[in-house]
Design a protein around this ligand. Structure first.
Ligand code: TXD
Length: 310
């Protein structure tokens, strides 16, 4: 019987720290927190270890500045990079975070050639692309977290508006992670009841606009950084589906080879997540308005990726 999974978190910042906490609480596996800042991963790991008793958790949580300590990991979640400040777009992070992701990809490739890699760093679709190019890993094992967070935001705003349990709201967001994301109200339902039977179209459109701006709304409020609890929760839910082979169908930034009419880019689409990573991509019927929004999103991601000289 195999031991616990080994999960390495590259980036022990705002999101990385919460990811480590959630994984330890849920006992998904042993955690290695990595960062380039001396002491940061070690301090956060030790603090979480001192909480294990309260959670009745017996996983190991360690911090390091040495990639060798991540060797043989089953799964990596990557948040390394700079976060936005007010007035910055996700795309403004491209050049800086590209250099960081290249470095991270080499560390992962050299130490855990069979690992699954979930990328969180922004600009997300471009960073996942760079991760795949530099690691050379197959497309199934490199994918990004954005749609799970964007759809969680969509579900929350719908649930809050209707006064229903958020767990009974199903919602889907496709496309790039940013202003061109494509929330799909037509595919949103409350325990099977189509959303548009429960809410006027104008109100739905207001919610869609708020979802598209939700990241910026939090950056504007916090002023010192971006959202971190919800991205951590979303990426750990994806990790859980991989590690426990749950076969959940979640919107993830996946490598496309013709799906949705796109090739050679990463973009948010419905994916089946299991032991092998992205095991299947689901193609859904889109109406002309949805198709137009998705084409705009594809074009945006293509422009972003064109800026990357790998
Ligand atoms: O939905 C999504 N995908 C987005 C992603 C949601 C919110 C935040 N999004 C992005 O995640 C954000 O724009 C950033 O690019 C990442 C991480 O956000 P976080 O809030 O965790 O940023 P922090 O707190 O600055 O943490 C980043 C850590 C920090 O501790 C740095 O020291 C470290 O990254 N860092 C590195 N780690 C490893 N290797 C290198 N080279 C490196 N450089 C910095």
């Amino acid at each position: 019987m195999g031991g616990r999974a080994k999960i390495s978190l590259i980036g022990a910042g705002n999101i990385g720290g919460v990811q480590a906490q959630l994984i330890a609480q849920q006992q998904l596996g042993d955690v290695v927190l990595f960062d380039v800042v001396e002491g940061l991963p070690q301090g956060k790991a030790l603090d979480i270890c001192h909480a294990l008793d309260g959670w009745r958790s017996s996983v190991s949580v360690t911090g390091t500045n040495d990639y060798a300590d991540t060797a043989g990991s089953d799964l990596y979640i990557v948040t390394a990079g700079l976060a936005r400040k007010p007035g910055m777009s996700r795309d403004d992070l491209l050049k800086t975070n590209l250099g960081i992701i290249r470095q991270v990809a080499q560390g992962i490739r050299d130490n855990s050639p069979d690992a699954v890699v979930i990328v969180v760093s922004n600009p997300l679709d471009a960073m996942v692309y760079a991760m795949k190019q530099v690691t050379g890993f197959p497309k199934q094992r490199v994918f990004g977290m954005a749609g799970v967070l964007d759809s969680a935001r969509f579900k929350y705003f719908v649930a809050a508006d209707l006064g229903v349990a958020v767990g009974d709201v199903d919602a889907l967001v496709l496309g790039g992670h940013g202003d061109t994301m494509v929330p799909l109200p037509r595919h949103c339902s409350v325990n099977g009841v189509p959303l548009l039977e429960l809410m006027k179209r104008e109100r739905v459109d207001e919610i869609v606009t708020r979802v598209q701006g939700a990241g910026g709304e939090i950056v504007g409020l916090l002023k010192t950084g971006s959202a971190f609890v919800s991205p951590a929760a979303a990426s750990v839910a994806m990790a859980e589906s991989v590690l426990l082979d749950q076969k959940r169908v979640l919107p993830c930034a996946a490598w496309l080879e013709g799906e949705y009419g796109a090739s050679g880019i990463y973009m948010g689409v419905p994916c089946q997540l299991g032991r092998g990573g992205v095991e299947r991509i689901f193609e859904i019927e889109l109406d002309s308005a949805e198709r137009k929004m998705l084409d705009e999103s594809i074009a945006h991601v293509e422009r972003l990726i064109a800026e990357i000289q790998i």
